[in-house]
Design a protein around this ligand. Structure first.
Ligand code: ZN
Length: 141
């Protein structure tokens, strides 16, 4: 199995079994919703920060497989991370999928599966939405 197939399989697995799905009615969480009209993606990310650590990260995502899987992978990676590290990971991920300069030494964990998206300009937004919403949720106080 080549890497592209493996990555596609991981994306489909997250699409079918999204992690940390469902929003909480808890005002300690910060919530950001972003839509991508060009492909019907509708993503909401909720974050809970305590002592500069991402204590929890929830998502509610509908749309294409890339956008839904991206939200799922994001939540898994971010829970437990210090805020500063989480922000630089998100920045690095967004640069990677946009085909910009990014830090290859930084471990993007399972989010590496989206590295091929840069070859498909129409899908860059799909992969990015959850990560932009995540960053916005941390920056909205
Ligand atoms: Zn999409």
């Amino acid at each position: 199995m080549n890497l592209d197939n493996l990555y596609r399989e991981i994306i489909m697995e997250h699409y079918k079994n999204p992690r940390n799905k469902g929003l909480l009615d808890d005002e300690r969480y910060h919530k950001i919703r972003i839509k991508n009209p060009s492909c019907g993606d509708d993503i909401t990310i909720q974050t809970l920060v305590e002592d500069d650590i991402i204590k929890d990260c929830r998502q509610e995502a509908t749309g294409c497989s890339i956008s839904v899987a991206s939200a799922s992978v994001l939540t898994e990676i971010m829970i437990g991370k210090p805020v500063e590290e989480a922000l630089s990971l998100a920045e690095n991920f967004l640069n990677m999928v946009s085909n910009k300069e990014f830090n290859h030494d930084m471990d993007l964990e399972e989010a590496e599966v989206f590295s091929g998206v840069k070859q498909f300009p129409a899908r860059i937004k799909c992969a990015s939405i959850a990560w932009v919403a995540f960053k916005d949720s941390l920056e909205s106080e």
